[in-house]
Ligand binder design. Structure first.
Ligand code: IDP
Ligand code: MG
Length: 140
């Protein structure tokens, strides 16, 4: 299986509850390695740009407000099949539909405040990593 990198965000509902370590442990136990990481607060313009693909969706404004409501931890995760593996560990978008043992099943507060983001394909992973990190900041 190919070694991939994917962009992960630990969202404001999780930083507020001080559970970033528990979430990172889930990634590490699944064989994903944190090769870049920083904590920051997104501006409205940054959150709008990051979620631009969803700008026509009814939840867009609320999503941007939520994502700017507190700090996030942005990370590059690396490992075999990292993009799909991360999505598996995260669970479905809606915690009510997420499989047992997934991050969203165990930690998400709602379909919006669902604790984590993960890239969904190689092209989006590349663009989302570049959105937050330069090459110097990614250390395998
Ligand atoms: P994903 O994060 O599982 O890839 P997307 O469909 O890409 O899900 O949606 C991006 C984010 O938008 C979700 O993680 C969640 O925070 C929010 N979101 C998605 N669908 C809804 C909804 O129906 N209501 C409110 N927020 C939503
Ligand atoms: Mg998505």
């Amino acid at each position: 299986m190919p070694v991939e990198q994917t962009l992960s965000i630990i969202k404001p509902d999780a930083t507020r509850r001080n559970i970033t370590g528990e979430i990172i442990a889930r990634f590490e136990k699944a064989g994903l390695r944190v090769v870049a990481q920083k904590r920051l607060t997104l501006s409205t313009a940054q959150a709008e740009a990051f979620y631009n693909v969803h700008k026509a969706r009814p939840f867009f404004k609320s999503l941007v407000e939520f994502m700017t409501s507190g700090p996030v931890v942005v990370q590059v995760l690396e490992g075999e099949n990292a993009i799909a593996k991360n999505r598996e560990v995260m669970g479905a978008t809606d915690p009510a539909k997420a499989a047992p043992g997934t991050i969203r099943k165990d930690f998400a507060e709602s379909i919006e405040a669902n604790s984590v983001h993960g890239s969904d394909a190689p092209e989006t992973a590349k663009a989302e990593i570049r959105f937050f990190f330069c090459d110097l900041e990614i250390v395998g």
